[in-house]
Design a protein around this ligand. Structure first.
Ligand SMILES: Cc1cc2nc3c(=O)[nH]c(=O)nc-3n(C[C@H](O)[C@H](O)[C@H](O)COP(=O)(O)OP(=O)(O)OC[C@H]3O[C@@H](n4cnc5c(N)ncnc54)[C@H](O)[C@@H]3O)c2cc1C
Length: 276
């Protein structure tokens, strides 16, 4: 199928993109890598009057390394991260996640910001960035504001973005050299969206212990203090699968098999983080 006719804009400045987006008299849609938007256009699931192509915005390709964090522009591609063109402040965690997304052709064009904003519950960055404790930097007419990734994604295919706003960058904290990280994605074959995701980060020297259960058909379950599923301890060996299962039940996951797959994904991420 073909998309509806639409106008096309390719602004050179972020401010111009923001003012185009703020025009509520037309239905506009941002396009980054087009890897999710393209199929949606073809199936006419979205029918915009105007496409705002953000790939000429140099600001959105910015990579800025600071002492305790890295700012990654929203239009940095999965392949940029996979290939190490982005400094690795996560001891390989981000490279590993990027290399497991889809196929190389998709990774060449698909962007970290597009993936996060698409907010597909099964998408890798939605869970991985939440587990890393990353922040989303949202740009609007009144400037930029940062918020935790788990606040940026509000539900399945939903974010906080309002009219006249775009995702400018993602701020990723620098992990200490002793940080322990695990990420496990359940899928039938390489290059597929996840059926379940488990992720865990234990970074004792920064007092960070986070865990995420993702691909749950809603926004990920983010434990900013993962001790809740480790018997109240900072010990990866104490992972309590029953506590994770109980949390998923309170979230409304009624299917026992679903809960089992998700808790197994988390337990495998924990094993990876523990190096066992
Ligand atoms: C065959 C296939 C397999 C895939 N498998 C996986 C997988 O295993 N794991 C995975 O995580 N993903 C997977 N994907 C999705 C892929 O990672 C895409 O790169 C990603 O979802 C969308 O990124 P994009 O840059 O192409 O965004 P686009 O498609 O251009 O945009 C996606 C959405 O985000 C909005 N948007 C984009 N950028 C911004 C911004 N900066 N500010 C505001 N709004 C913005 C758009 O308006 C649109 O609504 C797959 C895609 C394909 C086609």
């Amino acid at each position: 199928m073909k998309p509806v006719n639409f106008a096309y804009e390719r602004p050179k400045q972020v401010a111009d993109a923001v003012s185009l987006l703020a025009d509520e008299s037309v239905h506009s849609k941002v396009m980054a890598g087009g890897q999710s938007l393209g199929p949606m256009l073809n199936m006419r699931l979205v029918q915009p009057d105007v496409i705002i192509d953000i790939t000429a915005l140099a600001e959105l390709k910015r990579i800025d390394r600071q002492k305790d964090h890295l700012v990654v522009g929203a239009c940095v591609t999965h392949a940029d991260i996979e290939d190490g063109r982005v400094p690795d402040v996560t001891n390989g965690a981000m490279r590993g996640v990027a290399s497991g997304i889809a196929y190389r052709a998709v990774r060449n064009r698909g962007t970290i910001g597009g993936s996060l904003t698409n907010a597909d519950p099964s998408a890798d960055w939605v869970s991985a960035l939440a587990a890393l404790g990353a922040e989303a930097i949202v740009r609007g007419a009144n400037g930029a504001q940062a918020m935790a990734v788990e606040s940026y994604v509000t539900g399945a295919l939903e974010t906080v973005l309002g009219p006249g706003e775009l995702l400018e960058a993602i701020r990723v904290p620098t992990l200490s050299s002793s940080a322990q990280w695990g990420y496990y994605k359940v899928c039938r074959k390489t290059g597929e969206y996840a059926h379940a995701i488990g992720a865990v980060l234990l970074d004792r020297s920064r007092n960070v212990f986070r865990a995420v259960i993702g691909a749950t058909e809603r926004k990920p379950l983010v434990l900013t203090d993962a001790r809740a599923v480790f018997g109240g301890t900072y010990n990866l060996a104490n992972f309590d699968q029953n506590a994770a299962d109980a949390m998923l039940q309170t979230l409304g996951m009624t299917d026992a098999l679903d809960r089992q797959i998700h808790t197994v994904a988390l337990s495998r991420a924990v094993r990876q983080a523990a190096g066992s």
